[in-house]
Design a protein around this ligand. Structure first.
Ligand SMILES: [Zn+2]
Length: 129
């Protein structure tokens, strides 16, 4: 997906995927898009952010200098986020078969002291959900 000035490869980084996921959860009533200028005003925790495809007035953007959830939400409103992987039932079924081994792998990491019990439980819950 081509969004503003950003290289496409940035959008597959895990931290960016997390931002894409949270962008979907922004309430529609908090988003006002100007389609002519491809900008938006998005209500957030600390007020209203001015959002463009290359820039946002929020703290996350100013610190990371990477697309924040507001930029992704604007991109979604402009139909620029259109090539995310499709959910696939067969791929899910294949993955589900591997869950017990995945959980065993993290159980060993827990038993070796590499991860906390809390982290093991979160991973097991996420894999089983
Ligand atoms: Zn932002």
């Amino acid at each position: 997906m081509q969004i503003g000035k950003w290289d496409e490869s940035i959008h597959t980084e895990i931290e960016q995927l997390k931002r894409i996921a949270t962008a979907k959860k922004i309430k529609a009533s908090d988003v006002v898009v100007d389609y002519d200028t491809q900008t938006a005003q998005i209500k957030g925790r600390d007020g209203i952010y001015d959002v463009a495809l290359d820039d946002c007035s929020c703290m996350d953007f100013s610190v990371k200098q990477r697309p924040c959830k507001h930029i992704y939400r604007l991109a979604m409103e402009l139909n620029l986020v259109n090539d995310l992987p499709e959910f696939n039932k067969e791929a899910q079924a294949e993955f589900n078969k591997t869950i017990p081994e995945e959980i065993d792998r993290f159980k060993k990491l827990y038993e070796n002291g590499a991860i906390s019990l809390d982290k093991l439980v979160k991973i097991a819950n996420a894999l089983s959900s």
